[in-house]
Design a binder for this molecule. Structure first.
Ligand SMILES: [Zn+2]
Length: 504
């Protein structure tokens, strides 16, 4: 048996004007061959999970390592990035034929400057090369857009079961285990797909509590009792402006009827809960009021999800800092901003000195910027290790970083942002969140994994930006208004499509 493992993964945001060029992808490192095993083997990543499942398997498959490339969420990938990946993958596949499996780590919500559904395009190209007898299996984020085109091309697809995402490894492991079963088992897994005509704000659900958690637990109970081999539930992320869109339920069983009926049932249950996924956002001023209030437990976390790099926004908005400065509040506050110009300037100015800075708006000209005199409190190389629990141990490099102080406001300024849901983005730079009244976090839900342990209050806030929590703030041009929340149909039937059987 021979299986090729590769990765091409980014969550794209259609609304930011800043595209994701090759240099952006190179920041995470592009790996191939033995580098993949050395770098990702044993890590809590989807590729790490695939490698573990393959190495544990009694089938002892030969593993061929193809190209792996992933990057921080951002604007649409430049088309040359997809072309580069495809060129490499096609060569790697041709050189290692015949293959029994091609196992891919995707996000599912990638968009390029020219292609709206690159994952489906990649799967089609792979199929053309490997034929119908080879298993194509992929892992994805549960925020992916899963098209009929994708599902009718590959054989196995598995999404994370957690949000905040803490099961990258487990998802890769499930994908590879089912992929091997699809290649060898007497009774082949059958995968059914049911599209759900809804998108909701990503800040309205997580798997810690509420209807989304209940649905995940129901799906897991079906797997535990042996009714299903696997299931996935996708809430398509709402920053993708494409001509077709849907959330998705997938069910994998040993027969078509079971797979189809549970895909429909899971889809129906998610759709029935649609009204429970509503945003309840505070204004920036309301949150500053809370931080000023003696009644509020500290630190108050101001969730600036609209400028979350995890959701593809540039992270360069100073909307929160601007309000803090305009109000002249004396709350001890900390915020973070992605501004390479200000970060480099701070390194020139030096620790202990003051200078006039323009901060913010260097990537998206529409966002709020501030002009202030600031004191350079500390300078850093921007290398930090995530404390987790999500992504614990992952190393982030955010370039030259500085902590600037204006009154009682500390601003962490970096050359580019990563790990923005992890408290170490502040702590590693000498800004201890528990010593502040207000901490502005540029993340959507990922931060809850690390922040819940010490947050006094968590305030979802109505901030401006290309990853706005409120769908009303987003300028959809292409996505059909036949989806909920624009259309709220009661009687919805869920069409089902199947993935092809592996011809062996
Ligand atoms: Zn996600």
């Amino acid at each position: 048996m021979r299986v090729l493992v590769a990765e091409f993964r980014q969550e794209s945001n259609s609304f930011t004007p800043v595209t994701s060029p090759m240099e952006f992808w190179q920041q995470n490192g592009i790996l191939r061959g033995s580098q993949v095993r050395e770098t990702l083997g044993g890590t809590p990543s989807a590729v790490g999970g695939m490698i573990a499942a393959l190495e544990e398997s009694e089938l002892q498959p030969e593993i061929v390592y193809g190209t792996t490339m992933s990057c921080q969420s951002g604007g649409k990938a430049e088309q040359e990035v997809l072309d580069y990946f495809l060129e490499n993958l096609e060569r790697e596949i041709i050189e290692s034929l015949p293959l029994d499996g091609v196992f891919l780590s995707f996000h599912g919500a990638l968009q390029t400057t020219e292609v709206d559904d690159p994952e489906a395009l990649i799967a089609r190209r792979v199929r053309e090369l490997v034929g119908e007898g080879c298993v194509i299996a992929a892992s994805t984020d549960l925020h992916g857009y899963i098209s009929q085109d994708l599902i009718t091309t590959l054989n196995i697809l598995c999404a994370y079961h957690t949000y905040p995402h803490v099961d990258y490894f487990e998802t890769g492991h499930r994908t590879a285990t089912l992929g091997l079963a699809a290649a060898t088992a007497e009774v082949k897994p059958v995968m059914a797909w049911a599209p759900i005509p809804m998108i909701v704000s990503a800040s309205t659900y997580n798997t810690h509590r509420g209807p989304f958690r209940e649905l995940m637990e129901y799906g897991e109970s079906l797997v535990a009792e042996g009714t299903l081999l696997d299931f996935s539930l996708y809430q398509m992320q709402p920053w993708l402006d494409i001509p077709v869109g849907n959330s998705t339920a997938l069910a994998i069983a040993t027969d078509r009827e079971t797979a189809a009926s549970y895909a429909r049932e899971l889809a129906g249950r998610l759709y029935a809960a649609r009204h429970e996924f509503t945003t309840n956002l505070m204004s920036i001023d309301d949150v500053i009021d809370r931080a000023e209030s003696a009644d509020a437990a500290k630190p108050v976390i101001l969730v600036d999800s609209a400028d979350s790099c995890n959701a593809g926004a540039p992270g360069d908005s100073m909307a929160v800092a601007a309000r803090i400065l305009e109000r002249g509040t004396t709350v001890r506050a900390a915020v973070v901003v992605n501004d390479s110009t200000a970060a480099r300037q701070a390194h020139e100015v030096g620790v202990g000195n003051r200078a006039r800075f323009t901060i913010g708006g260097t990537r998206d000209p529409k966002v709020v910027r501030v002009e202030v005199e600031a004191y350079v409190r500390s300078l850093h190389d921007g290398v930090f290790t995530q404390e987790g629990p999500a992504g614990r141990g992952m190393v982030n490099r955010i370039g030259r970083t500085a902590v600037l102080r204006v009154g009682t406001l500390d601003i962490v300024v970096c050359e580019w942002m990563a790990g923005n849901g992890d408290p170490q983005l502040f702590r590693a730079h000498g800004v201890e969140p528990t010593l502040y009244d207000l901490v502005g976090v540029k993340a959507n839900t990922s931060f809850r994994a690390g922040y819940t342990a010490f947050a006094g209050e968590i305030c979802e806030t109505d901030t401006p930006g290309s990853a706005a929590a409120s769908l009303d703030r987003l300028d959809f041009q292409r996505l059909p208004r036949t989806l909920y929340p624009w259309t709220d149909a009661e009687d919805v039937t869920f069409p089902v499509a199947f993935s092809p059987a592996v011809a062996r």
